[in-house]
Ligand binder design. Sequence first.
Ligand code: ASP
Length: 338
Amino acid sequence: MKRKVLLIYTGGTIGMEKDYESGSLRAFDFGNIFEKMPEMKLMECEVFVHPFAKPLDSSDMGPEEWKIITNYIFDNYDHFDGFLILHGTDTMSYTASALSFMLKGLKKPVILTGSQLPIGDLRTDAKENLLTSLYYASLYENEEAVIQEVAIYFEYKLLRGNRTLKYSAEFFDAYSSPNYPILGQSGVHLNIVKDNLYRDRSETEFHIDNYISEDVLFWRIFPGMKMNHFKEIPKMKVLILQVFGSGTIFSSEKTLEILQEIRNNGTEIVVVSQCISGGISFGKYENSNVFAKIGAISGKDMTAESAITKAMHLIDNPNYTGSFAENFSRSMCGEITE
Ligand code: ASP
């Protein structure tokens, strides 16, 4: 039986070609992808293409577009075996993280990919990324999807979406999953590391929870920063602080005073690390004690992208019981090491 994959094209470099006269990049009509890439017809799966009416640079992708995607997956869930989302690389990790929280009880693959060079470029990485993603999006064993989560495939690696970050604007190998091992790798053979795949053990039927709040702010501290700046920022429901190393910040009285004031105003404070790998461990150094004093929440080894979108999804979400802190600290779909 031929598996069916729904390809949703949102925009980004992958759907562009070079105008060799002017030298500039322009989007091509993605509906014609089969002419551009006749190889796609040789795939063992059937591919149905749904392009966004207006292709977007991924810096224009946000909650509205995430909801368009989840709604579209929901409406088509029963008719397709897998979903492939073509996306600009700049914010792909945010979209992958957000989708992982919004798609509940997922039992089918949702793969995101993009490329560093346009599909119409001679040296493009787009074709390999696209073709192998289609393979992963249609991979079934014993009538069960092998991948049952939101993943990013890029430059020979399949990664858990909510563990990824884009770390290079230059290399083809642009994504990393520093705190979680790869889900699969393509070489001569296309491999899957079964032990690393996510499985939702609850009995949850597939559905979507499109709740997203934009009342979240992310702030990176730096040596010499004036704590008084915090007095100028607007009051937010969640403040994500990106602090040093394993969770340290300035030891001054002022730090405690200002952060306590923010907490007293009803703002949740989440702490994530400026380090790319490893994470927060409160209590390791004296300079993290302030966080315990003010009741801040440890983002542990989450990426910034994942912490931001998880906070957006959880804060004041009526579909959750329990406190924000409890829900945030729990793994929802493998985004945090418990
Ligand atoms: N600026 C582009 C985007 O994120 C870059 C890319 O697709 O690689 O949409």
